[in-house]
Design a protein around this ligand. Sequence first.
Ligand SMILES: [Fe+2]
Ligand SMILES: [Fe+2]
Length: 409
Amino acid sequence: MSTTLTVQQNLELLGKYQYVEVQMMELMGSWAYTMVDPEIKIGFGRQMYQDSVHADLLGKRIPELKGRSAHFHYIAPSDEFTRLLERIWKLEGDLLRMIGLYRIAKPALVDAYEAHLQSVELPADEPTAYILRHITDEENDHIAWAEQILARLVHGSGITESIASLQAELGKELSASGGVSGKGKQSGTYTFKKTHAYSVAPVRDARWKIIDRPDEFTEKTWSFDTTEGKQHLLHDLLNSEFITVERMGRIIADCPDIPWQMKMDMVHQAWDEARHAEIVQRRLEELGGHVGMFTTSCWGWEQDVNREDPLERLALSNMTFESESCKHLRDWIRKAKAQNDARSLQLLEFLLADEVNHVLYGVHWIDELTKDDPERRKRVLAYPDQVLKNQHPVGVYFDETTNARERIA
Ligand SMILES: [Fe+2]
Ligand SMILES: [Fe+2]
């Protein structure tokens, strides 16, 4: 008897992998704004996108194997496995969450992929092997990245023993759950929502000086003409890049029922913003600046992530704030050119290319999802004005933004 996997066995497993990849995205998305360590936020932005690509590749292989019914997508390995994910999701603090995700959940995924690759019927099922090899490589990279951070977090945490016992306990629960392939278990029906309390601001490390009153915040009035001006503007932009990784993560976690392609766009944006944070911080430091050198504001966060309708969030942040940001970037690009600041120019042009796409994500998904719902469209498009009428941070103007909104009104 053959010990390689049949088409039917393949289908069941691919659906489980897809479920777990999506759950990983949601864990990271849900946690990003509460994690203190900026390197973790940036890593989450990148890995949310990579996990979405994994889920997407798996999802494309399923119909190729004649798994046409929705049943074959998104299969929970077992109720016990989902409860383990819920337990990991509820862990508190950067360190324990990193342990749960990168020493339990992700290695479980890698184990399942490696076992699968041992049993692939070749060359008949080469397409599955091809996908799984690629995904396994990236998952191993994620784990290696996390281990570097864990080495730093564990060192001096003073809780090495309790970490070891938590890890042992979760490991036991994982094997009792049947793991990612759900060995010996019925596929699961248990679900949990990654809900959030009302959020006033995302978490920042101790270097940042966040001010509460938007009317006292004047950073945006600086000009890109001088090094000092650049430091102020890039410092403010850096915080905005983090905010956008965090708010994209929140859409993924808060709104699991949005269309798959919309999720792919949201996590692509999270990845873009994570890279922007790296780029902007590097340029700030090249110009003699550092994180925390000026005050900053998280104005807009509270008005975004607490809205139940993800389209209101996109209307406010993607179509309004990011549209505004494109205008600023064009101005900075002009000034960088005039001063022969080739390094800033090179980076700003890449940033602008991405930001234009972010505005378009907002335009596209609001247009697409409200085309048969004029009431919702009206409410969504009115939301930014409703917010901006009462609170208007100094130096922020929104005159160009109505153009994007008019296009779909
Ligand atoms: Fe950005
Ligand atoms: Fe953006």
